[in-house]
Ligand binder design. Structure first.
Ligand SMILES: *[C@@H]1O[C@H](CO)[C@@H](O)[C@H](O)[C@H]1NC(C)=O
Ligand SMILES: *[C@@H]1O[C@H](CO)[C@@H](O)[C@H](O)[C@H]1NC(C)=O
Ligand SMILES: *[C@@H]1O[C@H](CO)[C@@H](O)[C@H](O)[C@H]1NC(C)=O
Ligand SMILES: *[C@@H]1O[C@H](CO)[C@@H](O)[C@H](O)[C@H]1NC(C)=O
Length: 250
């Protein structure tokens, strides 16, 4: 009994609210020096791999073939002997192998789950990452936002769990509008809200008075948005409203 209670608590600890599965890692099966690897990742993804916690390390290790000798990640040293992420994120977590970092080399190689310094001009395989969610700071109607996400990313975000709501809350503060479109639409005649995936709205985070009362079907169609400030609950808005929006990269 004690064990079955302990296990979910442990998972929660590994996967802290703001940091849970925010990044998606991509192993690149090409050898490049660190600078070229960085250029490649910035072109095709967000940047060279950034790692913020043990949960990220677990995800990162899963993308690497254990037989590979080493792969570049985005940590680089400067001559002030500090380490910086290529992405510009603060350095919150380090996973150096024992005795590392040492020597005068300034780039970081992941090998067997730990980090080693490596000479930046050597070619290794490498790992890029994508942010899973991205706030687009353009003011578009819901349909325009949907088209934008499908053309440039994957889709407008569906928020089907409290974990995803936390991820949304984490990125939505970048928005310039008071609310931000979600992939949530209203079937007025049936008085029903659905996610773009076609799923019904099971996990709910509506603001009071929103989402539950029937919408007026003679007026414009309604879509769902998350408020970027306050308690970041969801509201129902006419679809022509011009808002920032959140696309998924997965
Ligand atoms: C790092 O090196 C650059 C160029 O050699 C130099 O301008 C800069 O002052 C150095 N920074 C530190 C903190 O030593
Ligand atoms: C990395 O590779 C590119 C292309 O081969 C080369 O131009 C560049 O000088 C290399 N950078 C380093 C630091 O070796
Ligand atoms: C979008 O709308 C917000 C709020 O009205 C405004 O502050 C922002 O400048 C607009 N952004 C663009 C790119 O037009
Ligand atoms: C929906 O929520 C917003 C924000 O809390 C509120 O201003 C609005 O009145 C609500 N809509 C209805 C129909 O109650």
């Amino acid at each position: 009994m004690a064990q079955s209670l302990y296990f979910p608590l442990l998972l929660m600890a590994l996967c802290s609210i703001s940091e849970c599965v925010q990044r998606q890692y991509h192993f690149i099966n090409e050898m490049k020096n660190w600078t070229e690897a960085q250029r490649y990742c910035r072109e095709k993804y967000t940047d060279l791999a950034t790692v913020h916690n043990m949960n990220d390390m677990i995800q990162l290790n899963k993308t690497v073939n254990v037989n590979d000798r080493g792969v570049w990640i985005g940590l680089q040293g400067t001559n002030d002997s500090k380490w910086h992420w290529s992405s510009g994120d603060p350095v919150l977590f380090l996973d150096w192998a024992s005795g590392q970092p040492t020597g005068s080399d300034n780039c970081t190689v992941l090998s067997n789950g730990q980090w080693f310094v490596g000479a930046c001009n050597i070619s290794w395989f490498f790992i890029c990452y994508n942010n899973k969610l991205i706030v687009i700071q353009q003011n578009l109607s819901w349909s325009e936002a949907l088209r934008y996400c499908r053309q440039n990313h994957v889709d407008l975000v569906s928020v089907q769990s409290v974990e995803m709501q936390y991820e949304v809350m984490n990125v939505v503060k970048l928005a310039s509008t008071e609310a931000v479109w979600l992939g949530l639409h209203n079937y007025c005649s049936m008085n029903m809200w659905l996610w773009l995936s076609g799923d019904m709205v099971c996990y709910q985070n509506w603001a009071p008075g929103n989402g539950s009362t029937p919408e007026n079907c003679n007026l414009e169609k309604r879509k769902g948005a998350v408020q970027s400030g306050g308690d970041q609950t969801w509201i129902s808005l006419p679809e022509s409203r011009r808002l920032n929006f959140i696309c998924t990269n997965y």
